[in-house]
Ligand binder design. Sequence first.
Ligand SMILES: [Zn+2]
Length: 218
Amino acid sequence: MALCLKQVFNKDKTFRPRKKFEPGTQRFELYKKAQASLKSGLDLKAVVQLPPGESINDWIAVHVVDFFNRINLIYGTMSEFCTERSCPIMSGGLKYEYRWQDDSKYKKPTKLSAPQYMCMLMDWIEMLINNEDIFPTRIGVPFPKQFQQVCTKILTRLFRVFVHVYIHHFDSIINMGAEAHVNTCYKHFYYFIREFSLIDHRELEPLVRMKQICHRQG
Ligand SMILES: [Zn+2]
């Protein structure tokens, strides 16, 4: 029997602590607005659209942080099944292999195991979203010029978590009764990145079939 989601997505299993929006800030209000429309049962395609009068960068910032929290939680729950032994290469099936690169330890694209890759990825995103120069939280402080470029990179890499989890750990998702939850998160993410053309279509190829399933489910 499927466990209830509260049991499956136990907060203790979160891979990284959640990034929270400060209550009272404009972004917190925007987050609450996005959450309210998400819960209202509206079509996800409509939910991702920029509300009138809001800034696109604020809208993207809120979603990047929210997707990081949710995907982080999904992977945290799966991480016991994703080990050095089960996944010595960060991949999406036989056809797609992802190498890690950053500005510090891995200056050249480097083959890592899936758990190592995920660890680097979550650390890297956490560092970026907590960097006031990139994700400013103070009122009146503008977003930097490269903001959307940075978000594109974050979302492109977060998408790979879906690719790996769906292709390599789908059985675990089913066994935990988490399929509907993961699908909803994926679908929301997918509509969001499509709405604002944030990920190159070539990156989406590994989950083309998945997309068809999501569309069939409405
Ligand atoms: Zn794995």
